[in-house]
Design a protein around this ligand. Structure first.
Ligand SMILES: O=C(O)C(=O)C[C@]1(C(=O)O)C=C[C@@H](O)C=C1
Length: 281
């Protein structure tokens, strides 16, 4: 099995490392406009050879698109134009409606599987890639009825090799749920970091006092705009919907404090604590 990875960064790189370790593939082509990333990926044994767009795609059994969601959506029709009936294409993007819409009428639509591994970090690039990243995490497949059975089977085998568990979802539902469970957290973290940078002008004090509470809540604020602006662009309506609710929730805390209504403040916190019962099962 030869794999072509378009985008040799954190996600593409981590997938390649695991698939190579488990002998799912014995040859990975790296396709990337970023020459530094390609050279690094080669040095780290993430890829076996650098390839141009057409050569890399035409010589691969499976093509994995692992670039920011706007760019993935843009190039997917070109990738599908180049493949034959035995090849499979998948993406790894955090938004799904736009990408499945963009190829709705493409003659090779059925060779594509819309995939989203629920793992990532605030870091990017091939240096950040790790082998066992995906273990135990959910792997979402969207609109599976639009893919050929054998294409789906290959991606399901890949999911098993990554030690993930598959979840099937409609692309629109996926984008609603990821807005709630993934995308909004990034906005709150960026906003929290900006808040602290605005109020606390002594950078040394931030460094000296920051402990696990601050670090865990601003971790996501280190995430790269190259990945996140396209996600917010693609999922604007759903993110705006949940952002409005978040602002309402912030206002409740503000109002409880202003009115010194500490019973209400306690009520808000007790309600928030319910998240423990859901996440710490
Ligand atoms: O943990 C992080 O740093 C992430 O950004 C990971 C995270 C998430 O929100 O949980 C973000 C985007 C990916 O599509 C999947 C997972």
């Amino acid at each position: 099995m030869r794999i072509g990875i378009i985008g040799t960064g954190l996600i593409g790189g981590s997938i390649a490392l695991k698939l190579k370790e488990k002998n799912f593939t014995n040859f990975v082509y790296g396709i990337d406009q970023n020459e530094d990333n390609l050279n690094k990926a080669l040095e780290l044994n993430i890829i076996d050879e650098k390839a141009g767009f057409e050569t890399g795609i035409q010589n691969s059994d499976l093509i994995i698109i692992a670039i920011p969601v706007d760019s993935a959506r843009k190039i997917l029709p070109d990738v599908l134009d180049l493949i034959n009936d035995n090849q499979v294409v998948m993406d790894v993007g955090s938004t799904k409606s736009g990408i499945v819409d963009s190829i709705k009428n493409h003659p090779n639509r059925k060779r594509f599987v819309a995939f989203h591994p629920m793992w990532g970090t605030e870091n990017s690039g091939p240096n950040a890639a790790t082998k066992d990243s995906f273990t135990g995490k959910a792997a979402v497949i969207c609109n599976k009825e639009e893919s050929d059975d054998n294409a789906l089977e290959l991606v399901e085998k890949l999911i098993e090799t990554l030690e993930m568990h598959p979840i099937y979802m409609n692309a629109d539902a996926h984008d609603v749920h990821t807005a709630y469970i993934s995308h909004i957290s990034h906005i709150t973290s960026y906003a929290l970091a900006n808040t602290v940078l605005e109020k606390e002008r002594e950078e040394d004090t931030i460094f000296q006092l920051a402990s696990s509470g601050f670090s865990s809540t601003v971790r996501l604020a280190k995430s790269h705009p190259e990945m996140w602006v396209p996600i917010f662009r693609q999922n604007k309506e759903n993110v705006l919907d949940v952002l409005n609710e978040h602002i309402t929730q912030l206002r409740k805390f503000k109002s409880a404090l202003e009115k010194e209504n500490f019973d209400y403040l306690e009520e808000l916190i007790v309600n928030a604590n319910k998240i423990r019962g859901i996440l710490d099962k």
